[in-house]
Design a binder for this molecule. Structure first.
Ligand code: ISL
Ligand code: CA
Length: 561
């Protein structure tokens, strides 16, 4: 990769904000746009270039904003369109870009299109969604929803089923209908005209459904067919994205990232090809799905860590195979994933701090565009203090309803253990700003219980400590901005079979970086060949003990070849 070819979004670092949990300013316990504006300087201080906002559009919140009832109105809980315009202007003043969530695989069942669509079979909007007659009095096929239970809902009034790959309140749009594409692209262009800087596209790999909607495979012991496998990367998805590129994305210098459930290398090369026909990059899921339950009927619900060699093999595959052809996104966390220190590091004490820095270093020295999820930069952990009555997430609630109560696949205590390891609410507890009541998030009643460790884990404490995780991330971002080799260098894995240490190189024309990361909470000895001119670029300890690697030690050397 030539240095001159670098695009701005390849050298950028993205900070993801989950507005509901970031900062409340009007005491209703719900984060809002004004709260985000208040903290723009914080994001700037960290050094990120781009903010990705989770959905802020009008929504009945069956799935926290991923069920949109009006794409062109702001959810009043978050503020007004004026607040949004103010936020965008304030961000731009600081040189920060804003990328919006685009949720167009489905709408809310409260969206005007669906209200019309379900009104009767002859309605002009009927074909905006995916309606089918019952087959032998049953669902049209065996697909299960991503949130457990069936993917079809029978509509008594019109005698047909509609498809919802996610919650019942999230009917799938029919992308085969040209009028749907016109409506979506028109809406996107109006946001582009407002001056936004890009889109993160929700489950974009699912928009093209397979011809004839064939049954999915039912896992052993399971009840429903796998709709993800049946639908992902459908027959027209690339065609639709190329059309979107022509009709919307080429109208401005945007950053685009497709959330691509079930995407493999070959598909990713098409979605995010450097030829610029579709998207800039995708969020692939393979490294997030290594710790799924061996019983496929239980899907993601599990509590066992991944052996390190498997993680390396996977991340390495993506680094090697996309190089010079497509572009990677790099992420450890988001609003759907548990906290990364609780997954690959430690949740408590000094080890929490060390492991957060180690994990940050490992990710940020790879090739791709890194995403930091709010709170990751202070090492926020899973919320082990939340119990059944505290959860809000529909995925967690449905897992309880279907996997425990209806299908008896698992007992409630085991599921709770899995939820504490994997549940989405681990990421969604309010941002921890300081030691004050509700961590400074709200003076009202927070919409979701806080993690009870905010006394220790909070932004104020991080900013006051020069050795904090925050400043480590700040340094990682700065290095990415300053050293093109982090963007362009070739990746090379050093220790594929080592089950405790993950070491890789970035190879440039005349220099190299050696990135060493100890995943163990024990001291180990490992020896690497280093030229005499090697200097330590960043580390999470204040001295270098050569071949001795202390718990979660992470260090990067830079040297001339
Ligand atoms: O969250 C997941 C695993 O825990 C995924 O299955 C997730 O549902 C999937 O990646 C799609 O996620 C996106 O679309 C969903 C929404 O609930 C998620 O928050 C969003 O990121 C439906 O819009
Ligand atoms: Ca509020």
């Amino acid at each position: 990769m030539e240095k001159t070819d670098i695009k701005w979004w390849q050298q950028a670092v993205v900070y993801q904000i989950y507005p509901r949990s970031f900062q409340d300013t009007n005491h209703d316990g719900i984060g809002d746009l004004k709260g985000i504006e208040q903290h723009l300087d914080y994001v700037k201080e960290l050094g990120a270039d781009v903010i990705w906002l989770n959905p802020i559009y009008d929504s009945p919140n069956k799935d926290n904003g991923y069920d949109i009832s009006d794409y062109e109105a702001i959810n009043p809980e978050f503020g007004s369109m004026q607040d949004f315009e103010d936020l965008l202007a304030a961000a731009h003043e600081r040189g920060l870009k804003i990328v919006m969530d685009l949720v167009v695989n489905h709408t809310s069942d409260q969206h005007q299109w669906f209200i019309e669509s379900r009104s009767n079979q002859e309605n002009g909007k009927r074909d905006f969604y995916i309606w089918r007659d019952p087959v032998d009095g049953h669902e049209p096929n065996n697909w299960g929803s991503f949130f457990s239970g069936p993917a079809w809902k029978f509509d008594e009034a019109t005698g047909q089923y509609y498809l919802h790959l996610f919650a019942e309140g999230q009917p799938d749009l029919n992308w085969q209908n040209e009028a749907v594409r016109d409506a979506v692209f028109g809406m996107m262009n109006r946001w582009v005209d407002k001056g936004i800087d890009g889109f993160r596209m929700d489950v974009i790999s699912l928009i093209s459904k397979p011809e004839g909607l064939p049954d999915g495979q039912v896992p052993e012991g399971g009840t429903y067919g796998n709709s993800n496998d049946a639908v992902a990367n459908g027959p027209h998805v690339h065609e639709y994205l190329q059309e979107m590129r022509q009709r919307v994305l080429n109208n401005a210098d945007l950053m685009t990232v497709g959330e691509a459930s079930n995407v493999d290398i070959e598909n990713a090369k098409r979605y995010s090809n450097l030829n610029g026909q579709e998207l800039n990059m995708v969020f692939q899921f393979e490294h997030m799905e290594l710790d799924e339950n061996p019983n496929p009927a239980l899907g993601k619900w599990y509590d066992q860590r991944v052996p390190l060699p498997l993680l390396k093999e996977n991340l390495t595959k993506w680094q090697e195979e996309l190089a010079n052809q497509a572009w990677n996104s790099l992420y450890w966390s988001n609003h759907d994933q548990p906290r990364i220190v609780s997954r690959y590091g430690a949740s408590q004490g000094e080890e929490r701090v060390l492991s957060a820095k180690m994990l940050g270093t490992l990710l940020h020295f790879m090739q791709g565009t890194p995403y930091i999820y709010q709170g990751e930069e202070i090492g926020m952990t899973n919320a082990y203090n939340l119990d059944w009555d505290d959860f809000d997430d529909i995925e967690i609630k449905n897992a309880r309803k279907y996997l425990v109560d209806q299908d008896h696949l698992i007992d409630a205590d085991t599921l709770l253990r899995y939820v504490h390891y994997k549940g989405r609410d681990n990421a969604r507890t309010p941002m921890q700003w300081n030691q004050e009541e509700n961590a400074g998030f709200t003076t009202g009643q927070p919409w979701l219980k806080l993690n009870d460790n905010y006394d220790e884990v909070n932004v104020a404490a991080a900013l006051a400590d020069k050795d904090s995780i925050f400043y480590h991330y700040q340094k990682l971002i700065k290095l990415r901005h300053e050293l093109p080799i982090i963007t362009t260098g070739r990746y090379e894995l050093i220790d594929p079979h080592d089950d405790a240490v993950y070491t890789y190189k970035r190879v440039g024309d005349d220099e190299e970086l050696l990135v060493i990361n100890n995943f163990n909470d024990e001291t180990l000895v490992r020896e690497y060949e280093l030229p005499d001119n090697a200097s330590l670029l960043i580390s999470n300890y204040d001295d270098d003990q050569g071949k001795t690697l202390r718990p979660f030690e992470s260090k990067v050397y830079r040297y001339q070849k």
